[in-house]
Each structure stands twice: as C-alpha cells, then as structure tokens.
Design a protein around this ligand. Sequence first.
Ligand SMILES: Cc1ncc(COP(=O)(O)O)c(C=O)c1O
Length: 441
Amino acid sequence: MTTPQTLPNDLQSYWLPFTANRLFKSNPRMFVAAEGMHYRTSDGRLILDAMAGLWCVNAGHNPPRIVKAIQDQAARMDFVSSFQMSHPLGFLLAERIADLAPAGMDRVFFTNSGSEAVDTALKIARAYHKVRGHANRVKLIGRARGYHGMGFGGLSVAGIPRHRRDFGPLLGDVDHLPHTHDLARNAFSRGQPAWGAHLADELESIVQIHDASTIAAVIVEPVTGSGGVLPPPVGYLERLRELCTRHGILLIFDEVISGFGRLGAPFGSTALGVTPDLITCAKGMTNGAVPMGGVIASRAVYDAFMHGPETTVELMHGYTYSGHPLACAASLAAIETYEQDGLFERGPEICATWENIIHQLKGAPHICDIRSIGLLAAIELTSREGAVGARAAEAAELCFEQGVLVRVAGDSLVLSPPLIITPEQMTRVTEAIHSALQQVA
Ligand SMILES: Cc1ncc(COP(=O)(O)O)c(C=O)c1O
C-alpha cells in the first residue's frame, strides 16, 4: 500500500453523496490506499473491509490482474464511442458475461452504473411490449424495501420512503409488491426463510387492479440488499416467475449486488435457480475498479427488437460511456480473477463458513435477528424508542474504532465482505460487532 497522506484542503468544495456533509467535514473518514481485505486511512490505520467497498470489491482490493488490465488498456486506447462503432473488448466481455448468465440470457447492453442499468432495463421492458404491438403495457411493479439506484426510474420502483420523499412526482404508472420481512416468523433464518412464498401472490391482486395488459415488468432484487438484506422466502421467486409468465409480464432481477459471486455463484439467478427475462448488474462486474453496469437480456427479448429495415436503430438508448474500453478491460480481468482464484467455485464453501460464524452472534446484546445468504448478512438490532437507526449507527462507529468497516441500513448492521475473506477475518468481524454491542446502550 502507498504512504498515507494528510488532508488535502479545507474539504468545503466537495459535495459528498449520501453523506451528512457538515458532520463528515468536521470529522472526515479518509481512505488513501487499499489492498486485499484492507483499507489504509489517512491517519495510517489498517481497516478490515467487511463491506467489499460498497458491495462491489468481490475479489478484494487492487488484484494485480485488474490493475494491470486497466493500465494496459489506458495506454492502448482511452476511449471510443459505442454509437455506430465499437472495439473488440466490448464483444469479448459480452460473450463472457453471456457464458456466466443463466441459459438463454445472452445479450448484454452496457451502462456505467447500477442506476443506469435499472433505468435501461425498465425502458427495454416498455419498448419490448411496444415493438410487439402491446404499447399499453407500460406499468412497472417494484417492491417495498427495494433499492434500484437513484435515477427517476429506479427511484419510482424502489420502496425505501426516505429515498423518494424529496424529489417530487416520480413515474406515475407504478405499483409495489409487499416486502418479505417478518421477524415473528423468520427471525434467525439461515439462507432462504421457510415462510413467505405466498407473498408473491400479491402480484395477482395488482394484476386484478391494473389488468395484466397494462403491466410491462416486475422488478425485484433476488435478495433485497440496501433495504436490509432480506433473502427471498423458499419458493417466492419461483412463484413470481410463474405469475409473470402467466400474465405476459417481464421479470427483471436487479442483480447489482447479487451478481458476480455474492451468492456463491456467478449470478443470484443461477444460485437461486430462477431465470428472469432481464438482469441488471454493476458493482462486482469490474470488481468496483471502473464504473460499469449492464443489462443482460434473454434472447427472446433481444430478438423481439431485431425486425424492420437493417438501418433501424432498434433501441433508441445508450450512454457516451457505454462499453467504455477501460471498464471492459477491468471487467474481463475481474471475471478472470473470479475464475482463476476459484471464487465462484469456492463460493458455496465460503458461504457456509460465513453463515456458521455470523450466526454465532446470536444472544449478543440488542440483536433481534441475524439473516444471511451467500456472502451477505444483516445483524438487526432492536430500535431505540423514537430513534430508529441510532443504535446501529453507534455500533458501526465502534466497529470502525476497532478497525472493522461495516455498513448500516436502518437498525441493521449490514455485511458483504470480499469473497477472499478468511475464517479468521470473519471471526474478527463478529468479535468487533460483539464488543460494539456490549458498549452501546
Ligand atoms: C440493487 C441495486 N440496484 C441499483 C443500484 C444502483 O447502483 P449505482 O449506485 O451503481 O447506480 C444499487 C446500488 O447499491 C443496488 O444495490
């Protein structure tokens, strides 16, 4: 790792995202280097990263193969547009991703983030129905507690109220399924909880209100992530798939978190055995090293667009940086790293060890639930009266003081470490949490 730096200036010019700016600037948490499982802070501390950056650094920080691929590509060709032209790496990468995706999902559209991937998938869904003569199918169905990024499309189908409240009218043609979290029935479940498959049947009620002929797509995260790590009940995704097929509705899995190894397989769809029509991905796609997202479409969806004169632009959509050469190089190297280092293969074994170690926290102060699936977990704490989230925020701060970075979602401590984490490091994470929970009121 490089030498720690001191603070650069008075910090006032930078408006940080999703951050209490004034609080941050009064006590900045600054990282200056990273390697493997660790960050180095500006004051020289080594921090164990139990968040994989932001659910993205799946192979650990700065794997040499990815660093070199980015360096080499930057020296070879910095940029080329993907509008009416392209470069070989884009095609190589799309083919690699198609190989990893569920059978039949082999067409890839590149974006630069998860938010763009979601908005792209929603637009593809509407355009798909239109091109097939069903222009009425425009409604989009999300789910309570869902997170789909910060574009107006993703925000509209998402279900976290505090994210939506400040931005005026969102898309109108939207409805939501209920979330699947139920502490009374599912607390301390390991993997998929047994109770709750019937909640997918709420789609039938939505269809009865709106009529299937007006609905374009249902979008869910296979495992709700930012909404608090909520694994799908056994049979729930299968039921949703069945209902969507029956009603001619496209099913979109937002795999921005669950893609690229997080659930112990290349995609959540492959890990959970349910195939949607569209998959959104980002984050682990480049191991977080260069911004990139994408939509993986089924052959059937793609083929629906491939009609009319060959001069037709089949999908009037794209971004300047779609398929950026640096991002493609990083993604190809990330996939190679996941494969060469056996991270997909070892997934089930690592995930089983993780589950055992995480659930040993049961019985520690304030814990009302532990949920885990793949290399994800949430430790939910009872809320303080009138101060939801305060206890978890204090606990996360105490973990940081002990050199362990965890994330907070409401009153849950959320964990999603790099897939290279060792059992000893897993234990270090749980020991830090245990100690923090003994200290918070
Ligand atoms: C499920 C899901 N979808 C979309 C996004 C948005 O991705 P980005 O922040 O890259 O725009 C996220 C980000 O955490 C996510 O978890």
